[in-house]
Design a protein. Structure first.
Length: 306
């Protein structure tokens, strides 16, 4: 395969979600990686005129690196399907499912996959029901990523405050049973699970700052798990990703409690690709540099039926 086989590539970044700033950083890294590999790639800061921009630009395919709503939830994927433009990653249905934390958890639970108990808080009347799960709880917007709007709450008063904060970002808010234990993440590329990463942060939770702004977060590859335990997490991540119809590449976040029970937290279909991001770390541990990683992701757009 030669760089010219891809034709003119649109690297779609930015957009209008709460994760815009991270997407621009991810997009710049992807653009540099593709151009470094000789691909005719062009960065596009996505706006509401994206249909006209893509048609006028005569692009052959798109690398989607839009995080959050409008880019990771099936919206841009629907646009690209309508334009008959091949694109990277998960399709419309899988993107919408994975972005919706409540419905992806409902699907996993129905399949017998482990995920913490939760309550969907639609209005103030649901707060007592959520509190009945027992404290502490994790409160998070249903349709946001990058840990935006999340909080750990210890009592009913904090639950009320956490719900008020989270609903600034989303009309639907999730209250989820807190899992005390270790945090892991599994990158998926072309149907295979890459080496597991264990995360440690001095912050109370792995929040936006821990992900993107500070250097105090610890990333451990190897993860410290036994070979059997690591394989078990990889297999669970693959099952969870396939369940939401994930494709191409992505990441699944998992907590392992003090009894060594794994719990699925969420699936990401357009993970970060910044210098603090987990997918490039996992790829490096698997022997891939960044240009090879983005080349492989883009290569999926050449497959029959895409």
């Amino acid at each position: 395969m030669q760089p010219a086989d891809f034709g003119k590539v649109a690297v779609l970044m930015g957009g209008w979600s709460a994760e815009r700033a991270v997407s621009l950083k991810s997009g710049a890294a992807v653009l540099a990686g593709l151009q470094g590999a000789g691909v005719d790639a062009h960065g596009i800061d996505v706006g509401r005129d994206i249909c006209e921009v893509l048609k006028d630009g005569r692009f052959a395919r798109a690398f989607v690196i839009l995080h959050g709503r409008g880019g990771e939830d099936g919206v841009i994927q629907g646009v690209l399907e309508t334009l008959e433009l091949p694109y990277t990653g998960t399709g419309v249905l899988g993107s919408a499912l994975a972005m919706d934390k409540a419905r992806s958890k409902r699907l996993w639970s129905g399949m017998g996959l482990p995920t913490p108990e939760y309550i969907l808080i639609k209005d103030e009347d649901d707060l007592d029901t959520a509190g009945a799960l027992g404290f502490p709880l994790m409160v998070k917007p249903v349709h946001e990523g990058s840990s935006i709007g999340i909080s750990r709450v210890e009592d009913a008063a904090a639950l009320q405050r956490g719900w008020v904060m989270a609903r600034q970002f989303d009309s639907e808010v999730l209250a989820e049973r807190w899992v005390e234990g270790k945090e892991y993440t599994v990158t998926i590329l072309d149907g295979q699970a890459l080496p597991v990463i264990r995360l440690e942060t001095p912050h109370e939770i792995y929040d936006y700052a821990a992900k993107y702004e500070v250097d105090s977060t610890g990333y451990f590859i190897p993860s410290g798990l036994s070979e059997a335990a690591e394989k078990g997490l990889q297999e669970l991540a693959l099952r969870a990703f396939r369940a939401v119809n994930g494709a191409g590449w992505g990441r699944v976040d998992i907590m392992v409690d003090e009894q060594d029970q794994p719990w699925l937290m969420e699936a990401n279909t357009v993970p970060g690709m910044t210098d603090h991001s987990l997918v490039p770390m996992a790829a490096k541990a698997a022997g891939m540099d960044f240009s090879e990683l983005v080349w492989r992701i883009l290569s999926s757009t050449l497959e029959a039926g895409q």
